[in-house]
Design a protein around this ligand. Sequence first.
Ligand SMILES: Nc1ncnc2c1ncn2[C@@H]1O[C@H](COP(=O)(O)OP(=O)(O)OP(=O)(O)O)[C@@H](O)[C@H]1O
Ligand SMILES: [Mg+2]
Length: 671
Amino acid sequence: MKDKFNNSVGPLANQSNRTSKQALRAVIATLILMLGLQAATQVFALKFQYHPLLGIHVSYIYPPWAIIGWAWHWGDAYPSYFLAASHVGMVVTGVGLLLQMVVIMVVDNSAKASVYMYGSARWANLNDIRLAGLLSRPRKLTERLLGRKPLKCAGVFVGAWQDKRGQTHYLRHSGGEHVLCIAPTGSGKGVGLVIPTLLTWPHSTVITDLKGELWGATTGWRQQRANNKVLRFEPAAQDSVHWNPLDEIRLGTAFEVGDVQNLVNLMVDPDGRGLETHWQKTAHALLVGVMLHALYLAQKTGEKATLQHLDRMLSDPQKALSELWHEMRFNLHRQGSQHDLVSSAAMDMISRPIEEAGSVLSTAKSYLSLYRDPIVAENISQSDFRISDLMNHECPVSLYIVTQPTDKNRLRPLVRILINMIIRLSAQGLTISEGIPKASYKHRLLLMLDEFAALGKLDILQESLAFLRGYGIKCYLICQDITQLKSRENGYGPDESISSNCAVVNAFAPNRIETAEHLSKLTGQTTIVKEQITTSGHRASMLLGNVSRTTHEVQRPLLTPDECMRMQGPVKDDLGMIEIPGDMLVFMAGYPAIYGVQPLYFKDPALLARSRIPPANKSDYLTNRNKSRSSSRFDENQLPEKGIGASSQIDTGHEHSIHKGEKTHVRSSGR
Ligand SMILES: Nc1ncnc2c1ncn2[C@@H]1O[C@H](COP(=O)(O)OP(=O)(O)OP(=O)(O)O)[C@@H](O)[C@H]1O
Ligand SMILES: [Mg+2]
C-alpha cells in the first residue's frame, strides 16, 4: 500500500485533494513567470557583458527580479536592449504556460481512478498506533534537550505489532476504556495477553482463573515485587480464602432490601435469563424474606448469617416450618417494629395452598443446594476480605477466582454473585468537586474476566460498562467467539452493548465464520483500483489497431471473512508449545485497524523472569486472619528486578525489540 493516506471521512474524502491540486498549479505557474523573468535578466546581463554596475550575482546568475531594477534606472537610455530581453522573457513564459496548460488538459481528461471511491479503510501505521496511545510517542527535541527519560506506555497488553524492520513492539492500553478480546480456545490468550498483563499491571485486579494456571505464573511477581495482597478464592478447594456474600449486605441501611434482592436474583437466576417461571418468582420473594430474617436474627445473637444457614432454616428437621413462618410474621427486627418484607414473605407462604407452598419451598431450596457441599459452605462461612478492600485496602489486591473445569458449572452461581457484587459495590462513591466527578479509591481495579460469556448474562456488567471507567474500574473481557457473546440463550443477545462499550477489541485467528464476518466488518471497506487494457486489430500485425486502458474502482473489505479465517495462527511444535506467534487484529475506536502479532510472555526475558518467581503457596488474608506486610503505593518502574539481565524489556520501555525477526513466515501485505 502507498504511504499516502486519505484520513478524511465521508464527503470530505476528496476535498482536501482538490484544493492541494489547485495550489500546486498556482505554484507551477508562478515558477514559470519567474523563469521568464530570469531569462530576460540573463539576456540583458549578457548584452552588457556582466558589467560590475549590474550588481551582485553568483557565477553570473542574477536574481530574476534584477531586470526590473535595471529598467527603472536605465530603461530610457537603452530601450532596445530592454525590449529584446523582454521578448525572450515573454517567449519563455508563454511556452512554459502553454506547456502547463497542455499537461493540465491531458491530466484532467485522462481517466483517473479514485482510490477512496468506495471506502478508505487501511491498516494502521506507526503514526496511527502512536496516536491511538498504544505505543509511546518519541521524545520531542525540547524533551531530549531537557534530558527527559523516554516515555513509556504502560497498561494492559492488547497485542504486539511488527514494524517494517521486523521489530516487535508491545501494544499496551492504559486508559480507563475497556478491552474485549475474541479468541478461540488454545490460541494463546493466556500466554499472550493475560499473563503479560498480570505480570505488569501494578494495581488491584480480579481474575477469573479457570485452571489455576494464572495463579501459578503471576502471583510470585504480584505478591513479592508488586506489593499486592494475593487472594485465591477457590470455592471447591480447602485452602481457599473465605468470602461470605451475606457480609456485603448493608443491613440496617436504605440499601439492605436492594442488596438482598440483588443477591437472591443471582441465586434464582443462575444463567442470567431472567425470572421466567412462577416458581422462580415466588421462590425469589420467599428467599428475600428468609434472608433478611436470618440476617437480623444473626445480628441479635452475634452469629454469622450464611447461605448454608439459610438452607438449614428451610430444612431444619427439629423445627416445623409453621414455626419459622410464625417467627417471621411477628418479627420485631427493626428496633421493636416489624420488617414488612419479612412478614409479608411469611404471610405469602401461610396463605398458599399446601401443594403450592411445598413447590415454592422446594424450588427455593434447590437454589441453596450448592451450599450443602461442606467445602463450599466452609469457604463462604466468613470473610477474609471485603469487596471494598479491592480498591481501598492499603495495598493493591489481586483476587484470583479459581474454578476447576469440572466444577465450573456447579460453582457458576457463586462466581456470578461475587462478580456482580464487585461491580455493584465498587462502582459507587462518586463526588463532584469543582464540577468534575471524582471517584475516591486508592487503587484502580482491572477486571480480567476470562471466558466471561460462560458465566451467563450478567446484566450489571452490560449496564454498567459505560460508566465503570469513572470509578477507576477497567474491564478486560475475554470470550471465544462473537456468537457466544450474542447468543440469545446464554449470552447477551444480538443487541448486546458490551462490544460497543469496549474501546479496544482484539482478536486472534477465529475458527467460526460469524466471528470472521464480524471482524471483517470492523476492518472496514477499501477501494481497489483495477486496470483493464483492451486491444483491437490483428494480433499478427506489427502495430495493434487500438489500445485502450481503463481503470475500475472495486469495493472490498480490507480483510475478507475468508482471509480472516486464514490468518496465521501460532505455529506449535509436536508438544503443542508455541514456536512462532500468530497474527492478530487490534481495533481501537477512531483509528485504522492494526494488523499485529501475538505477544508471548515466554519470549521476553523480563516477563519470563517475572513468571518464574515462585508463586504464593497460600492466600493472604485481609480481615480476620494474619495481616502480614505493610505497603506503599507501587510504581512498576521502580521495581527491583532480581535475576534479569540488561536485556530486560519491560522496565526499559516496551518499544524495544522483543524477538526481532522471529516471525519469518510470509505476511499479508499492508503490515
Ligand atoms: N512456555 C511456553 N512455551 C511455549 N508454548 C507454551 C508455553 N506455555 C504455554 N504454551 C502453549 O500456549 C498454547 C496456548 O496457551 P493458552 O493457555 O494461553 O491458550 P488459551 O487461549 O488461554 O487457551 P484456553 O482457552 O484453553 O485457556 C498451548 O498450546 C500451550 O502449549
Ligand atoms: Mg486461557
